[in-house]
Ligand binder design. Structure first.
Ligand code: UDP
Ligand code: MG
Length: 319
């Protein structure tokens, strides 16, 4: 029998938080009579996290652990946790006690009764420094626009609940954990909801996601996702179009250059050199770039034709 809930917790150096987190989750599960499993994914911690997980799992058979040999990142940790999860509803949660397990029953209800595919937490009131909350607002506004998921305020919230089918059919890689709702939507799971959740300040340790480059990388990832989803399987449609457009402009410019020359010759006025005309350079550049774009599209097409996942479709039902 599958448990009602799998709680997947990615963690990197969070040994101090784990016993408290475990006790809290257990308390909530027992009070609500859920059957459950907790999957701690130890993402190459260098502290005692793994020993703590081992002790917990010895005492309680609901506790499982996955140990990475080195630190890969939050997305790979989630990916492996998702692979292992067996519960009907899968809940992800950060290990640092910033997310409250008290939210679990309502999240579970929203998935099982309201029929959501995915419910994301929304830390409306955050206990993070301003340097973190302001860029986050900007990030979420962009993600909303690009993904078309207009009702989410907090894409990157660690506390989320999923139908089992969702986590089994998305591939969280690189640093894509920021865009899981978008990944889910692209896989065809469109009933995506939000729940305002309590947020605590970090009690132990410090954040693992500092620095500005995560925003640059975050935007690049968003761009990749958008591109993959729109043109990943038909690169010619974008590159071919742009290439043709450029080539056409170049071609028109070259005709203008030629026409000017011809008219001058016919009128027996001194004909200007072709290289004197700015159109000449414009046409040169445009035609070269246009051809290159076209070739890029063609190469992309050849690659996607051989891509392993080219015929992975999400089939919901067959009778
Ligand atoms: N985490 C992880 N691997 C990493 C970095 C972070 O598994 O390489 C985990 C971390 O232990 C925590 C969660 O991801 O459970 C969120 O990280 P953090 O709390 O540092 O992020 P913040 O809340 O500051 O955005
Ligand atoms: Mg945190």
């Amino acid at each position: 029998m599958n448990p009602n809930i799998s709680v997947v917790v990615p963690l990197f150096n969070e040994a101090e938080s784990l016993p408290e987190l475990y006790a809290w989750i257990k308390r909530v599960m027992d009070t609500n009579k859920f059957t459950y499993e907790i999957i701690f994914v130890n993402d190459g911690s260098t502290d005692e996290s793994w020993q703590v997980i081992e002790q917990l799992s010895e005492k309680d058979s609901n506790v499982h652990g996955i140990k990475f040999r080195r630190n890969y990142g939050k997305s790979p940790a989630l990916f492996c946790g998702f692979n292992a999860a067996q519960g009907d509803v899968v809940i992800t949660m950060d290990a640092d006690l910033q997310d409250s397990p008290d939210e679990i029953p309502e999240l579970y209800r929203m998935i099982t009764e309201d029929g959501y595919d995915l419910v994301s937490g929304y830390k409306q009131k955050r206990y993070d420094p301003l340097s973190k909350t302001i860029p986050t607002k900007l990030f979420n506004a962009t993600a909303r626009k690009v993904s078309g998921i207009k009702n989410l305020h907090d894409f990157n919230c660690g506390l989320k609940a999923y139908k089992k089918a969702v986590v089994k059919n998305i591939e969280v890689y690189g640093e894509m954990h920021r865009y899981i709702p978008y990944l889910a939507k692209n896989a065809g799971f469109s009933k995506i909801g939000e729940k305002v959740v309590q947020h605590q300040a970090r009690k132990f340790g410090k954040t693992k996601f500092g620095g500005l480059n995560r925003f640059v990388n975050g935007y690049l990832d968003l761009l990749s996702l958008w591109f993959l989803n729109s043109f990943g399987l038909k690169p010619m449609h974008v590159f071919g179009f742009l290439g043709t457009l450029m080539f056409l402009f170049g071609f028109i410019a070259v005709i203008i250059v030629g026409a000017i020359k011809l008219v001058a010759i016919c009128n027996h006025t001194p004909a200007p050199l072709v290289t004197d005309s700015p159109y000449f350079y414009i046409s040169l550049t445009m035609m070269i770039l246009g051809t290159q774009l076209f070739v890029a599209g063609f190469l992309g097409e050849l690659i996607s034709r051989n891509a392993e996942g080219r015929n992975n479709y999400q089939i919901e039902k067959e009778i």
